[in-house]
Design a protein around this ligand. Structure first.
Ligand code: SF4
Length: 225
């Protein structure tokens, strides 16, 4: 067993103790925020939704994604649309960054259709080559589109993992992802993002987290809070 004390954590714990704490945290979050479904089973829609969601509230993303797929019934229809028309559609829907997103949606759809035969690629490397798809979106597509083990690090996962002392406060999002993957068993990865998103919206908010109500209180060193 790894007995070396971890300097990066505010708890004086070994790596094994930290893994046990991380697993306990995920268990509690899973219990507190059950979701009926994690995997959409539709990688293309998950990908387009992720492009729309960037710097948008969830309600806006939900509404616009629904409208978009009502108007365009297939990847072919989107790939054959002009960038200008897609931008105009997004602008009318009051989507932030509509210019970039309109271009990314049409261009990513064309690449998927013509280069990949209409099938969204299922590796992080290939996904990240698509326009508008960074590491977070690529992981979202892998996890929720394909049901593959992945941990998308969005703003909630990033903030909460560091407050919990699971990752050092100065970690990059990529480093947080790497550390979480070493601490949490692979079969639990699918829960991490959804659970921390729900927790980050309700309790561990960016400003004034409600630590006194938090079910993780005793497991959390509250770094930076
Ligand atoms: S105890 Fe506070 S800082 Fe820690 S996870 Fe809960 S709300 Fe966030």
């Amino acid at each position: 067993m790894e007995r070396k004390r971890l300097r990066s954590s505010s708890f004086n714990e070994t790596l094994e103790e930290k893994k046990a704490r991380a697993q306990r945290i995920i268990e509690i979050l899973k219990r507190e925020y059950p979701r009926e479904r994690h995997v959409s089973g539709d990688p293309y829609r998950t990908l387009i939704r992720c492009i729309i969601s960037q710097r948008n509230r969830d309600e806006v993303t939900d509404k616009v994604s629904e409208e978009l797929f009502k108007r365009y019934k297939s990847i072919e229809e989107i790939a054959n649309e002009s960038v200008e028309n897609m931008q105009e559609f997004l602008r009318k829907q009051k989507v932030g960054l509509w210019k970039n997103k309109g271009k990314w949606i049409v261009e990513a759809s064309r690449i998927i259709l013509y280069k990949y035969g209409g099938k969204v690629p299922n590796t992080l490397e290939e996904l990240m080559k698509l326009p508008g798809i960074g590491r977070k979106c690529a992981n979202i597509v892998l996890a929720y589109g394909f049901g593959k083990p992945a941990i998308p690090v969005d703003t909630h996962v990033y903030r909460i993992s560091r407050r919990l002392g699971l990752a050092p406060i100065n970690s990059t999002p990529e480093k947080v992802e790497e550390i979480l993957k070493t601490l949490i068993p692979v079969e639990e990865w699918i829960y991490v993002n959804h659970a921390m998103v729900d927790h980050g919206k309700s309790i561990c908010r960016p400003i004034k987290p409600k630590c006194e109500l938090c079910p993780l209180n005793e497991l959390c060193p509250k770094i930076g809070v």
